[in-house]
Design a protein around this ligand. Structure first.
Ligand SMILES: Nc1nc2c(ncn2[C@@H]2O[C@H](COP(=O)(O)OP(=O)(O)OP(=O)(O)O)[C@@H](O)[C@H]2O)c(=O)[nH]1
Ligand SMILES: [Mg+2]
Length: 275
């Protein structure tokens, strides 16, 4: 799909103006940028406008898909309003809080169906600074299959976390890296860009995990299929507004998923079609 900054006709600006399901959009596959940023939202009304402004400052040709789970704070309505005056913004409204993993998967499916070549995922809470998008997109356009915004490579860091979160995040990456025997330093990062072939190959249907596990699982499956993963250093900034959805269950799920993935790899269950 060719990159273009030309505006689209109003009827194809956003699926939002016709239906709450972007998959029923009349948006043609080649109508603009081939970069899509998917951002799942749950109660991010305090962050969404600033996030989108900053994102378009650094990636003006990208399109964005907001996947909102009927946020009680009105994030979905805000996204809808913003999409009506900006053809780059698309919104998927889901009925209830169905989880971040399924939000990404529905977003990926929509992006693939629309023909985007590069599909990024980012948190809306400004922890993932859009200033890194140009270098991350350049890396994936230059031949990587999956690019990770990494806090654990030279030049990468975290600002604003207490000791507990540092231990959880670094420990989670070290633990998964060791058990799964992976060369990646930040396995729990949620700031990623996939080449579409990765998402077409790994069995999205088989991925049930959420939170940290979702990030570990998609990267592990990509490497298992032989895709090239590159880490780009980022400074991750703790959220300034809104509430974290991090929980004990998300942590425990990740501990278990790593062993399940290892077992699946050993028994040949990770191959596409054997989910
Ligand atoms: N659609 C959807 N989005 C979610 C859900 N849970 C979290 N999110 C969004 O996913 C992104 C990451 O969630 P956060 O709460 O920031 O999780 P986190 O980054 O692990 O935790 P903090 O570092 O404490 O912010 C944010 O944009 C959230 O609004 C969910 O169930 N559905
Ligand atoms: Mg966050």
């Amino acid at each position: 799909m060719a990159l273009s900054s030309s505006p689209q006709p109003p009827e194809s600006q956003s699926p939002e103006s016709h239906t709450s399901d972007p998959r029923r959009s009349s948006l043609p596959a080649t109508s603009g940028s081939d970069h899509l940023v998917i951002t799942p939202t749950y109660n991010e009304a305090d962050n969404l406008t600033e996030f989108l402004n900053k994102l378009f400052q650094f990636a003006p040709l990208s399109h964005v898909l907001v996947v909102d789970d009927n946020s009680p704070d009105g994030t979905g309505e805000l996204a809808k309003k913003l999409s009506q005056s900006d053809p780059r913004i698309h919104v998927m409204h889901r009925a209830a809080k169905l989880g971040i993993g399924s939000a990404y998967i529905e977003g990926f499916r929509w992006g693939l169906a629309q023909g985007y070549e590069f599909l990024a995922q980012m948190d809306t809470d400004l922890s993932h600074d859009p200033q890194y998008l140009p270098s991350m997109f350049r890396t994936v356009e230059g031949g990587a299959d999956l690019v990770l915004g990494s806090r654990n490579v030279p030049g990468g860091e975290v600002e604003g976390w207490g000791l507990g979160r540092h231990v959880l995040s670094k420990g989670g990456s070290l633990y998964s890296r060791a058990i799964l025997n992976l060369p990646v330093h930040d396995l729990t990062s949620g700031y990623k860009i996939f080449r579409r072939s990765v998402l077409e190959t790994i069995p999205l249907d088989a991925i049930r995990s959420e939170g940290y596990s979702f990030q570990i699982e998609t990267t592990f499956r990509a490497i298992h299929q032989g895709f090239k993963v590159v880490e780009v250093p980022i400074t991750f900034v703790d959220r300034r507004a809104g509430q974290s959805k991090m929980s004990r269950n998300i942590f425990l799920e990740a501990v278990a998923v790593v062993w399940k993935l290892k077992l699946d790899a050993l028994t040949g269950k990770l191959e596409p079609g054997k989910a």
